[in-house]
Design a protein around this ligand. Structure first.
Ligand code: GDP
Length: 359
């Protein structure tokens, strides 16, 4: 499954956040046979629709979609020079599907900041610089070959053109993600450039920032077009210790947060990875299934079982809202709200689905 790699300077709260990510028990409850790597944290994607479906269908349980985060330990500055840990750092990032940088915006005289001060743009630049340098090395190595290939075959020209354009962008200190409208990532795919991966930023903040609308907006603008998430990693860890809703609500209120930060992190992570869900419901379970944005009905069926994709006939689909308004599947059908969709149908968020297939 797709993962986000967590990176950041030392002392920004990566371990604190990662511990919170690994301490929830969603995997153990729903995927008893999954092996969980020690450096992978799995968070459920909050979805209030599942409880409503479970009520309607008398489901025994609900199974949410999940988002996986990988802890990418290792030094940052000098990583692109490739010494020991630096190599491993870059190799781990290469394996992740998106990059999630934790940035410290909390103030605490007891916790040393590596650069001596809180400066989000400089933190971002430090990480970006290492990734940009690594990509430039990859490009410099590949360009002579791409030039030769472009000379011998015309269809190899786009790869060369885009590689040259990418080099210009990186030389100017920008990541390819920041310049995604200017290059064709598909033409660069074989190079697995690190900065073409989508980025997500987690601002590890204290109450003063969490409640400061203007400051949050400024930080959100700083990282656009990437998603920004604001949370207090220490509070997230404390929230997981609480087992009654009342105490959770009180703690969140005391730091001015409407919901746990892990919820927004899960949603932003899911969005950054380009994923969406569809829903199934029955007496056994009500469940959210993960598919890439733009997946067709047979591809969606294939997520449940590969045989479902192969033997796909059609999908019976009702939107969650229509289903709730009708009050039952039978009533939704009677109201003409249940559609039969074929193999070209592109799944929409909130589709409640039953697949028909040959086995
Ligand atoms: P890492 O080096 O990025 O993994 O950072 P750690 O998670 O080890 O955090 C470094 C120190 O900062 C620890 O003493 C944490 O308790 C503290 N810390 C982490 N998050 C927060 C936070 O949101 N607020 C405050 N005040 N301290 C934090």
């Amino acid at each position: 499954s797709l993962t986000l790699g967590i990176v950041g300077l030392p002392n920004v709260g990566k371990s604190t956040l990662f511990n919170a990510l690994t301490r929830n028990d969603v995997l153990a409850a729903n995927y008893p046979f999954a092996t969980i790597e020690p450096n992978v944290g799995v968070v459920p994607l909050p979805d209030p629709r599942l409880d409503k479906l479970a009520e309607l269908f008398h489901s025994e349980k609900t199974v949410p979609a999940v988002v996986s985060f990988v802890d990418i330990a290792g030094i940052v500055k000098g990583a692109s020079e490739g010494a020991g840990l630096g190599n491993k750092f870059l190799a781990n990032i290469r394996e992740a599907n998106a990059i999630c940088q934790v940035i410290r915006v909390f103030d605490d005289p007891d916790v040393v900041h590596v650069d001596g001060r809180i400066d989000p743009s400089s933190d971002i630049e430090t990480i970006n610089t290492e990734l940009i340098l690594a990509d430039l090395q990859t490009l410099d190595k590949a360009l002579p070959r791409l030039e030769k290939e472009a000379r011998t075959k015309k269809e190899n020209k786009p790869a060369l053109d885009n590689a040259q354009k990418a080099k210009e962008i990186l030389d100017a200190g920008r990541t390819l993600f920041q310049a995604q409208k200017e290059v064709d990532f598909a033409a660069l795919r074989e190079l697995s450039l690190l900065t073409t991966k989508p980025f997500l930023y987690v601002f590890n903040a204290d109450e003063s920032v969490l409640t400061d609308e203007a400051r949050r907006e400024e930080l959100t603008k700083l990282v656009a077009p990437a998603d920004a998430v604001f949370l207090d990693a220490k509070v997230e860890a404390e929230l997981l210790e609480l087992d009654d809703e009342e105490s959770v609500r009180e703690l969140l209120e005391s730091v001015g947060q409407p919901e746990p930060g892990l919820y927004s992190l899960a949603r932003a992570g899911f969005h950054t990875l380009g994923l969406q869900t569809y829903l199934t419901a029955g007496p056994k379970e009500s469940r959210a299934w993960t598919i890439p944005q733009g997946a067709t009905a047979p591809q969606a069926a294939g997520v449940i079982h590969t045989d479902f994709e192969r033997g796909f006939i059609k999908a019976e689909i009702v939107s969650f809202d229509d289903l709730m308004e009708a009050g039952s599947m039978a009533a939704a059908r009677a109201a003409g709200k249940v559609r039969m969709e074929g193999k070209d149908y592109v799944m929409a968020d909130g589709d409640v689905v039953e697949f028909r297939f040959n086995v």
